[in-house]
Design a protein around this ligand. Structure first.
Ligand code: CAA
Length: 706
């Protein structure tokens, strides 16, 4: 687009209105910064213009630099006249008028203006750290001068979006103006300040930096405070270094430090992985085989059947986002217990300080327990979350079909039962789909939508949108055993158990995965979830299939009464009231005895072997899923691992990470293990084809689910 179309300039009664118009989010794509510079020059050259307003067309102010331009070769040097400098050196005042988002380069643009006004719904922030970089357009130098280094450090290293009211309190926004009247209000503000001098230019004010000068240990203390969450990452530290430069160096030298750090960071593996994750998440929302203008069904009122841990968490997910939700269970007692659990969960948040008591009551008031299915009938959607047994489900689904109004969306939260079994219990299988939440349902962000054989396109599209409405990240899965997330995770669990049989200890395996970047190791996760669930599944499988190998050590652990954290011991032992896992000699003994009985030879494992055994097993399975057409894109698998299993985001995702090793190497290793360990490592045909062509795993995709 020519610059003139990306940025417009109009003189509105002596106020030059500069409008950035680069849909969808007014990113600073090539042409936009130049357009802003040209517009400011124009305003300054025109004696009829007294002041200027910088505003965004469409839904946002400016969402930052154009991320798609990053990583395409060496970073382009900034233009000789950056619009930020042209702006804050403008002799006429410039007012940034903010709605939607002012993020990254967008907020940096606003900080280079003399004043900032915003509507109440606007949000501002410097989220660069979330894509593995640091603010590269003066944000690390201007923000500390405006709000003080402490607040700036918190904002820049977290990247959080700050709501307008808070931004005003912090001094980032000068005035909040009425919603829907941004332009008029900003023009009025500009008139008010048109003759005021000197102009407030952030770079010229060092007063707020004093707080760090009197507290020189502040930066090291901050580094320490983020060490856990910033593990294996460089960007958060680059952010701190840049803010430190703001305090220690004159403005222009600080800018040079920021620029150097930005250039070091923008092509790093960390930044590439995080950019990939950003786009993978957005790509997952696109359903290629659906018409773009598909009409969605209403989702204003929700119902949940089953008030157990999952059902309660699902009801909370709705209530948390302002939805009215009805919940039922088979007995009054079960329903009451469920409601008590929901209240207890909210009370924990209130105790922790993450929720106010008032907000808790409001959320609870949105959850209405009802004792019969007919009371659910007028809801737009229902989510079934009852016990995972086919006969139980079948009975419940008949009742759901009988109760729900025509056109209602009928969803199941099953994690493993074929969706078609439920759909076939109804007279309207086209209205049925899976919506698989991950435990704890009100916390984990993955919302796996499962397409049954007969699910109608508008049902799938509405389910995907519904996930986003309750703050989740939706991703589509085909109807295969375990769907996509759990099926691709399955072989990881198998290998975990086998590694223990072969000589690795749970604590070694957990350490490898935590060092890799998981928040906690897989054995600790099992202890948190409870070991009895897996045990029951294995017993059922054994009964169904005499060749099923199972997990003998895990079975012995459960049979010794070690069910995980809830019994104070599982793969680890726990002190009363404390969740710190301690390696337990008793577990080592159970392992030793079981292995001796089964005559399994043990040996030492390197950390690398452990990591690859676990993750390559899942990469291979994900390839099988893709080959069978049960997932649309390899990047969807990555989104599921990021949001369902806590895979470290700065490694992109399972498939992205495998590409960093190289598809040929992954294939060769899997083929070697196939020879050594047998069928479970048989390489997926897709993986073999990719290894032959050298095409990246992360780009594997199919046009439609089969
Ligand atoms: N660059 C390029 N494309 C962007 C973009 C950006 N900064 N921000 C959003 N988009 C694209 C998205 O990819 C998406 O494209 P598709 O429709 O093709 O998928 C489209 O804009 C709409 O985005 P969302 O679906 O995310 O819309 P939303 O309303 O849910 O969220 C948002 C809007 C909060 C702005 C979100 O898009 C977002 O967080 N964007 C990134 C913001 C960011 O990180 N800015 C900093 C950039 S780095 C920088 O600025 C460096 C510097 O210092 C100069």
């Amino acid at each position: 687009m020519p610059e003139s179309e990306l940025v417009r300039f109009e003189n509105e009664g002596g106020i030059g209105v500069i409008t950035v118009d680069n849909p969808p989010v007014n990113a600073l794509s090539p042409g936009v910064p130049q357009g802003i510079t040209a517009a400011i020059d124009k305003g300054n050259a025109d004696p009829a213009v007294k002041a200027m307003v910088l505003i965004g067309a469409g839904r946002s102010f400016i969402a930052g630099a154009d991320i798609r331009q990053f990583g395409r070769g060496p970073a382009t040097p900034p233009p000789a006249r950056r619009h930020y400098d042209v702006s804050d050196q403008s002799p006429k005042p410039i007012v940034a008028a903010i709605h939607g988002y002012a993020l990254g380069g967008g907020l940096e643009t606003a900080l280079a203006c003399h004043y900032r006004v915003a509507v109440p719904s606007a949000k501002v922030g410097l989220p660069e750290v979330q894509i593995g970089i640091l603010p590269g357009a003066g944000g690390t130098q201007r923000l500390p001068r405006l709000v003080g280094p402490k607040v700036a450090l918190e904002m820049i290293t977290s990247g959080r979006h700050v709501p307008a009211a808070e931004a005003q309190r912090l001094g980032i926004i000068d005035e909040i103006v009425p919603e829907g009247q941004l332009k008029e209000a900003a023009i009025a503000f500009a008139r008010k300040v048109a003759d005021k001098r000197p102009l407030p230019v952030i770079r010229e004010h060092d007063e707020k930096l004093a707080e760090a000068k009197s507290d020189p240990g502040m930066f090291d203390a901050f580094r320490k405070s983020i060490a856990r969450r910033a593990r294996n990452q460089r960007a958060p530290y680059a952010c701190i270094e840049a803010v430190e430069a703001a305090v220690k160096l004159p403005f222009d030298e600080g800018i040079a430090v920021e620029r150097r750090l930005f250039e070091e960071q923008v092509n790093s593996e960390e930044a590439k992985a995080l950019r990939y994750a950003f786009f993978a998440e957005r790509e997952a929302q696109k359903l290629p085989d659906l018409p773009r203008d598909i009409q969605l069904r209403p989702t204003d009122t929700a119902a949940v059947v089953g008030a157990g841990t999952m059902g309660g968490g699902i009801a909370m997910s709705f209530a948390d986002y302002g939805y009215s939700v009805k919940i039922t269970d088979s007995t009054k007692e079960a329903l009451e217990r469920g409601m008590q659990r929901i209240r207890a969960n909210y009370e924990t948040s209130v105790k922790r300080g993450s929720l106010s008591a008032e907000e808790m009551e409001q959320r609870l008031a949105r959850i209405e327990p009802v004792t019969d299915y007919d009371a659910l009938g007028d809801c737009d959607l229902v989510i079934e979350a009852v016990f995972e047994q086919i006969p139980v489900k079948q009975e419940v689904w008949k009742k759901i079909d009988a109760a729900m109004k025509p056109g209602a969306l009928l969803f199941s939260n099953t994690s493993g039962i074929n969706i078609d079994i439920m759909a076939n219990e109804t007279k309207r299988p086209e209205d049925v789909a899976g919506t698989h939440f991950f435990a704890p349902a009100n916390v984990m962000k993955l919302f796996e939508v499962v397409k049954g054989t007969k699910s109608a396109p508008d049902v799938i599209a509405t389910a995907m949108a519904l996930g986003r409405k309750i703050g989740k990240v939706s991703a589509l899965a085909g109807n295969t055993d375990g769907f996509v997330a759990n099926r691709s995770r399955g072989p990881f669990s198998v290998e975990m158990n086998l590694l223990v049989e072969e000589g690795a200890l749970p604590e070694q395996i957990d350490k490898v995965m935590v060092d890799f970047g998981y928040p906690v190791g897989p054995f600790v996760v099992s202890d948190i979830s409870g070991l009895d669930i897996g045990y029951d599944v294995r017993q059922r499988r054994k009964a169904e299939n005499s060749n099923y190998r199972g997990a003998p050590i895990a079975d012995r652990i459960v049979e010794a009464g070690r069910l995980g954290q809830k019994t104070g011991k599982g793969w680890y032992r726990y002190e009363p009231g404390d969740r710190t896992p301690h390696p337990d000699p008793e577990v080592a003994r159970i392992i030793k005895e079981t292995v001796a009985e089964l005559s399994i030879a043990q040996h030492d494992f390197t950390d690398e072997e452990i990591l690859k055994r676990l993750l390559f097993a899942s990469v291979n399975e994900a390839c099988k899923i893709l080959d069978e057409g049960k997932a649309l894109r390899a990047s969807d698998v990555d989104v599921m691992w990021l949001y369902g299993f806590g895979f470290p985001r700065y490694r992109g995702g399972l498939m992205f990470w495998a590409d960093t090793i190289g598809v040929r190497e992954v294939y060769n290793q899997i083929a070697a293990w196939h020879q050594r360990y047998g069928e479970r490592w048989a390489p997926s045909p897709l993986l073999r084809r990719l290894a032959e062509s050298g095409a990246p795993l992360r780009e594997a995709k199919t046009d439609r689910l089969r």
